[in-house]
Design a protein around this ligand. Structure first.
Ligand code: SMG
Ligand code: MG
Length: 374
C-alpha cells in the first residue's frame, strides 16, 4: 500500500507573456508553489497552488497558503499518510476551514501519487469520457482600454482556433467592447466576466447585454450577494454564472435552490479540490445545470488536472483551459498545445505530466521539505 513519506514545496514566479488585467487587479507573474508528494516507493505526485500573491481574488495568497500548508495541512496529512486514499485525505484536510487553494494543492499532489502507484490516469479516476476538451480563452482588459487593442488580441485567439471568447469587463468597459467583438465575430460563442464589479442597482444595465446573445455573464456582483444574483438572474435573458460565490458543494446547492445561478464555473482550487469538484459536477448534471472549468493562469501541472476534470460528461461549455503559450514563454511541463481548438487530456498515470527537471531547478526560488516520521 502506498504511503506518503515526504512533501516538498517548490516556490517559483513565472512571468506571464503579457499582463492579465481584470476588474480586480493586474497580474504580471504567477507567484506559485508546486506540492510534490513522494511515496515510499519514490514516486512523486504533483499539485499546484493557484493563489495570487495577494488576497484580491479570494482571501488566499501564496505566502499565506504556504504557511497554512506547513502549519496545519501537513500535520493532518501525516495522520492519514499510511493509507492516503482520496476520500480520507479530503476529510482530514477539511478540518482546516477555508484555504481551499492550499488544500487543493496538497490533496491533488497526494491523489496524483496515489494514482501513479496504481498506474491509473486521473481522467480514468474522474470518469472523463472525452479524449480532448474544447478550449476557451479569457481576455483581460487591455492596458490602454482601447477597442483596437482588444480586437487585435481577440483576433489572434480566434485565428489560433479558440472555441469561445471570454471578455473581462467592469463598469465603463463593457457595452462598447462587447459590441465591437460581437460585430467582428457575429457567431462566436462569447461570454463576459465581471469579477464582482457591479451592484444590484446595475440590473437594467446588465439586462442590456441580452442583445448580444452571449453564453453567460460571470459573477456580476460581490461574492456574498445571493439576493442580488437572484434578482439579476431573473431579470436577464443571458444566463448568470457564478465563480467566486461557489466555494463548495453546499454553496452550489444554495445557489441553485435560490436560483442565483443558471450555470456554474468549477475551479477545483476554489472549491477545495477535485473530489468536491466531482460532487458539484454530479449535482449540476443531475439538475441539468451546465458547468465549465475555470482557470487560474495555471502552469501545466494545474492545467493537466483541470483538463482531465473538463473531460467529464457534464462539462458542456468550453473552459478557461487555454494552451500554455497563452500564458507563458516557457511552461514548467511539456506545453499544452491547441489542436483544432482543443487540449488533449493526458492519458499517462496520475495527472500525466511532470515538471521538467531543468526548468524546475532553474525557476524554483525556495524549497520546503517535510519528511514525516510517524
Ligand atoms: O486561467 O485563463 C485563465 C484565466 C481565467 O479569467 C480567468 N480567471 O475570475 O475567472 C476568473 C479569473 C481568475 C483569475 S484572475 C486573478
Ligand atoms: Mg471568473
Amino acid at each position: 500500500m502506498t504511503s506518503i513519506d515526504l512533501i516538498r514545496l517548490h516556490r517559483m514566479a513565472l512571468p506571464l507573456i503579457k499582463p492579465f488585467r481584470t476588474s480586480m487587479a493586474v497580474e504580471t507573474h504567477r507567484d506559485l508553489y508546486l506540492v510534490e508528494a513522494v511515496t515510499d516507493s519514490g514516486i512523486s505526485g504533483w499539485g499546484e497552488c493557484v493563489s495570487m500573491d495577494w488576497p484580491g481574488y479570494t482571501h488566499e495568497y501564496t505566502d499565506g497558503a504556504w504557511d497554512v500548508t506547513l502549519e496545519f495541512l501537513l500535520p493532518r496529512l501525516a495522520e492519514v499518510r499510511h493509507d492516503p486514499n482520496p476520500e480520507a485525505v479530503r476529510r482530514k484536510l477539511e478540518e482546516v476551514k477555508g484555504n481551499e487553494m492550499a488544500r487543493t494543492a496538497v490533496s491533488t499532489a497526494v491523489l496524483d501519487a496515489w494514482l501513479r502507484e496504481q498506474g491509473r490516469s486521473l481522467g480514468d479516476f474522474l470518469g472523463a469520457n472525452k479524449p480532448a476538451v474544447d478550449a476557451g480563452v479569457s481576455v483581460g482588459i487591455p492596458e490602454h482600454e482601447t477597442i483596437d487593442e482588444l480586437l487585435e488580441e481577440v483576433s489572434g485567439y480566434v485565428d489560433a482556433g479558440y472555441k469561445r471568447i471570454k471578455l473581462k469587463i467592469q463598469p465603463g468597459w463593457d457595452l462598447e467592447p462587447i459590441r465591437a467583438v460581437r460585430a467582428s465575430w457575429p457567431t462566436i460563442p462569447l461570454q463576459v466576466d465581471a469579477n464582482q464589479a457591479y451592484e444590484r442597482s446595475d440590473v437594467r444595465h446588465l439586462q442590456s447585454f441580452d442583445e448580444f446573445g452571449m453564453l453567460l455573464i460571470e459573477q456580476p456582483l460581490p461574492e456574498y450577494d445571493w439576493v442580488g444574483h437572484v434578482e439579476i438572474a431573473a431579470a436577464c435573458d443571458t444566463p448568470i454564472c457564478l465563480d467566486e460565490s461557489i466555494l463548495s458543494l453546499g454553496h452550489t446547492e444554495a445557489a441553485l435552490d435560490f436560483k442565483a445561478a443558471d450555470i456554474i464555473n468549477i475551479k477545483p482550487a476554489r472549491v477545495g479540490g477535485l473530489l468536491e469538484s466531482v460532487d458539484i459536477h454530479d449535482m449540476c448534471l443531475e439538475r441539468g445545470i451546465p458547468v465549465w472549468c475555470g482557470g487560474m493562469l495555471e502552469t501545466g501541472i494545474g492545467r493537466a488536472a483541470n483538463v482531465a476534470l473538463a473531460a467529464m460528461p457534464g462539462f458542456t461549455l468550453p473552459g478557461d483551459t487555454s494552451a500554455s503559450a497563452r500564458y507563458f514563454a516557457v511552461d514548467i511541463t511539456e506545453p499544452f498545445v491547441l489542436e483544432n481548438g482543443q487540449l488533449r487530456v493526458p492519458t499517462g498515470p496520475g495527472i500525466g505530466v511532470d515538471p521538467i527537471p531543468a526548468y524546475l531547478e532553474e525557476l524554483t526560488s525556495e524549497v520546503a521539505e517535510i519528511e514525516f516520521s510517524n
